[in-house]
Design a protein around this ligand. Structure first.
Ligand code: FBP
Length: 546
């Protein structure tokens, strides 16, 4: 396989570890924990894995550990650094005992159920250290939730003598990891399950999980390209660029990119919801900024749009919730002729939602009824919000032109950044963070833990000072409606409007809207001065600032 010069040089990078993990470790246990909400319901569903203490690793005496066999699964969307979680896990279990073995299940949780696996040996691991992607074993979105799946998994687990599974995934996959941990604990199968916080979306975070891995690298890649677009539009001065950014429901990616690049406009879905804004309000807000810049002779600009925006416009949210229940209860929807689907939906919806649905452009209406992902989420990445908004802004500006309220020109370009950043070579931050998460997972296994998520904190400090440990997954759970039923799930972390990152943005956005205050971050640097190579995200820096 031909490798790029960067790949060859980067293979030699040795990720940093917290000081406590560098030698022998011992566990320090904290007080029992509680779920973030719905304590009684969660406790009843997880009698064996509820209430466990927080765990922290500190330097300890040399201990002998038996060899262990571990299975690893990559679940859901790709995120930079996944290979380093696996290499950290591999190095961890080999340090514990050189005869330990690691098995990778192929193409996500489905690999466990279908008994599709490969042993990950040192030569394979070495090929993937510090690289982006999940291609070492592939990823998938199969939802592990049924008893038959757990039992099928158990067959291969027993056959391979696996003591523990590590599931690297987002909030939904870690919820399933916890359900699996509970099932195996209840059955006393002797199989531990550990989760690792992955997702570029940045929405799997809380007091104990500072950030999900991949967010850092993905945001840096998008910010590089946004910066390039801003330089382009400041050079030709003739386009407004509507840039949609991945991130599912939460606007963390859009907000972080705004902090890095200082665009003219960044919409934050959580604010749209809090202010009960309608689609027309959002369009008017953008159109006004366009008109204001035009009045100064600036017929160009950038607008960042989080991909989940549509779901946060309160009226649209109600519509989507009713659509979710409607589609979940009517499997025959897929059989209806495409040309008749819109009318069918309108006939089944409540009057209020039917009116909104009927007012949407054909394409967007259809996108809202496309298949949900296996976790019941609308696939927001398939909705062309950037086009919807720019079309509506154009209509409004044309109207304002007639009324003499708009004096400029408006031409739009559209972009959607998501897949471009998910498999980038991990930044130093993600390379180190992921390696530490994987290594920590091995220590949780060695110490008999199950139903825990690997946690590495204090990551804005130098890596030696990072704090490694584990958080009971039940601690992060609450009950939410999914597929028309109440289910235990890890609470999604949305952008907090009283949080430091949003406040920093809100303090500057009016200035950025009118002036051309663009910042051009440039590409991620892997070699060079620390202030260029090792900066964490602005979000994390602001959140952790004491
Ligand atoms: P995860 O939550 O699984 O990490 O997915 C992240 C993500 O990139 C979202 O931002 C995006 O909406 C979705 O995956 C796209 O999914 P797919 O890869 O299936 O197209």
């Amino acid at each position: 396989m031909t490798k790029s010069a960067l790949q060859i040089a980067r293979a030699a990078y040795q990720p940093k570890l917290p000081k406590a993990l560098k030698g022998s470790v011992k566990v320090e246990e904290g007080a029992p924990t509680q779920s973030v909400a719905d304590q009684e319901a969660i406790k009843a569903l997880f009698p064996n894995t509820y209430g466990m203490p927080l765990v922290k690793f500190v330097e300890g005496e040399a201990t002998e550990y038996p060899a262990i066999n571990v299975g690893v699964i990559l679940s859901g969307g790709q995120a930079p650094g996944g290979h380093n979680v696996i290499s950290g896990l591999f190095d961890g279990i080999k340090t514990l005992n050189k005869d330990s073995r690691l098995y990778g299940f192929i193409l996500g949780p489905g690999g466990l159920v279908d008994h599709n696996y490969k042993e990950l040996t040192a030569d394979i691991i070495d090929e993937y250290r510090n690289t982006g992607g999940f291609d070492i074993i592939g990823s998938g979105r199969t939802k592990l939730e049924k008893e038959e799946q757990f039992e099928k998994g158990l067959e291969i687990i027993k056959e391979l003598g696996i003591n523990a599974l590590v599931i690297i995934g987002g909030d939904d996959s870690n919820t399933n990891a916890c359900v699996l941990a509970e099932y195996y604990a209840a059955k006393k199968c002797g199989v531990q399950v550990i989760g690792c916080p992955k997702t570029i979306d940045g929405d799997l975070k809380n007091e104990m999980i500072e950030t999900s891995f991949g967010f850092d690298t993905a945001c840096k890649v998008y910010s590089e390209v946004i910066g390039n677009i801003q330089r382009d539009c400041n050079s030709s001065r003739k386009y407004w660029h509507f840039i949609k950014l991945m991130g599912r429901s939460a606007s963390h990616i859009a907000l972080e990119c705004a902090l890095q690049t200082q665009p003219n406009i960044c919409i934050v879905s959580e604010e749209v919801e809090a202010n009960n804004m309608s689609l027309d309000d959002v369009v008017t807000y953008i159109a006004q900024a366009v008109a204001n810049r035009a009045a100064n002779g600036n017929n160009f600009g950038t607008v960042l749009i989080p991909e989940g925006l549509i779901e946060f416009i309160p009226a649209m949210k109600k519509l989507i919730a009713e659509l979710n229940d409607l589609l979940a209860a009517n499997n025959e929807f897929a059989m209806i002729k495409k040309s008749a689907q819109r009318e069918w939906v309108i006939s089944k919806l409540s009057e209020e939602n039917a009116a909104i649905y009927a007012s949407l452009p054909e394409g967007v209406a259809r996108q809202l009824t496309l298949d949900r992902d296996p976790h019941g989420n609308v696939q927001v990445s398939l909705i062309d919000t950037e086009k919807l908004l720019s079309d509506m802004v154009a209509v409004k500006l044309a109207q304002w032109k007639e009324e003499g309220k708009f004096v400029g020109k408006f031409a739009a370009q559209h972009h959607f950044f998501g897949y471009e950043g998910r498999c980038a070579a991990p930044s130093n931050y993600d390379a180190d963070y992921c390696y530490a998460l994987g290594y920590t997972a091995s220590m949780l296994i060695a110490n008999g833990k199950t139903g825990y998520m690997s946690s590495v904190r204090n990551t804005t400090a130098p890596a030696a000072e990072w704090i490694a440990g584990g958080v009971p997954i039940t601690m992060m759970m609450n009950m939410e409606r999914r597929h028309g039923e109440m289910k235990p799930v890890i609470q999604k972390a949305l952008v907090k409007l009283d949080g430091a990152p949003f406040k920093a943005f809100a303090a500057k956005r009016d200035e950025w809207a009118l002036e051309t205050a663009y910042v051009y971050p440039g590409p991620i640097q892997y070699f060079g001065p620390t202030e260029v190579c090792d900066q964490p995200t602005k979000t994390l820096t602001l959140e952790q600032a004491k």
